[in-house]
Design a binder for this molecule. Sequence first.
Ligand code: NDP
Ligand code: GDR
Length: 378
Amino acid sequence: MKKALITGITGQDGAYLAEFLLKKGYEVHGVKRRSSLLNTDRIDHLYHDPHESGVKFSLHYGDLTDSTNLIRLIQEVQPDEIYNLAAQSHVKVSFETPEYTANADGVGVLRILEAVRLLDLTKKTRIYQASTSELYGLVQAVPQSETTPFYPRSPYAVAKLYGYWIVVNYREAYGMYACNGILFNHESPVRGETFVTRKITRAASKIALGSQNCLYVGNLSAQRDWGHAKDYIEAMWLMLQQERAEDFVIATGVTTTVRDFIRMAFMELGIEVEFSGKDENERGVIIDIDEERAIALGLNLEALRFGQTVVKVDPRYFRPTEVDLLIGDAAKAYNKLGWKPKYDLQALVTDMVLADLQLVKKDEYLKKGGFNTPNYFE
Ligand code: NDP
Ligand code: GDR
């Protein structure tokens, strides 16, 4: 039975990957940070009481900024594969916490590589590093492939650039099986709520049910190559099953503006939104409602009206330096890994919107039933 160690197990990709590897028969060990509230929502369905026999899923406390902790964990687990997914992964937040981001997302990668090297596991343990399309940053050429030059545009991307190159260096210097997956944006119903896609699908659902009036966003013209996390975690695993370690771009090859993602999310609910105005004054307004669909989905038609402004720009969401256009060329992964995405953008939007609609409905029902969160501080 192979053993995998996943850092960032409580995050979007960690949860999908853990489930995927358990299905493949792996023993899965996850590294989670201590927090004052439980943060294991995404993996609770995988967890079993450790006192039961035959449990193949364990969690360990740890942090990418703590090298002695990582050395001890890797020594204890003796993993065949390490998936380093842990990171302060929010680009905008990295401008506010640049030093911490450099420590966790940059030096953290070095700590993992060094732990494997010092423990003499270089022949046994294969390492996957969660690299990112943010490395391309300021557009040099499109579509972006493994040979496109990097030009990072945020403290996050600069930290990830260090992570990328230290992986390449350890591979070349010590013959380690270590590789970078240069993954373009990938989303899902369990995407963090402050990333733009999830923010949109949640807000569209709330607006459609009458519990929110308007969605406030930043740069509507940014273009992203959005895929589904379920497809992308499979590529991570494939990268560690090759004869030799190499770096791969993982992307769909289709790019879309934030504006069009918003249109698609509302359209999924039968609400047509049109944009007008420029820059900070741009807004999205309801121009049509498919009543049949709205009724079928149980929307609150009384809360929706033609001409209603449902999207506004708030400059607080602008970034000091922006990445305008990402579109990936994953031909190498198609050819060498035999990887291809199963979800297209429409299927992704449908999956996310319908999941959020369910969640918002659940909250509404609980509130209507009088099950409000008690105020412990009164
Ligand atoms: P998430 O933000 O959902 O998850 C990040 C995970 O890292 C969480 O489990 C988080 O823990 C953990 N973490 C954060 N800081 C530390 C730390 N110092 N020590 C240990 N754990 C830490 O990200 P995703 O799942 O979306 O992404 C996974 C990885 O892939 C990240 O490295 C991200 O940068 C990278 N990536 C993501 C892409 C995407 O589109 N999703 C695209 C390309 C790369 P906690 O739950 O406690 O916060
Ligand atoms: P990104 O994802 O920065 O590409 O990083 P995010 O969803 O945060 O932003 C995508 C684009 O949308 C624009 N945008 C907004 N973004 C957010 N978060 N909130 C808004 O209100 C908003 N309005 C417009 C942004 O400016 C940007 O252009 C993600 C992360 O998962 C990284 O960890 C990963 O490496 C990259 O994807 C690939």
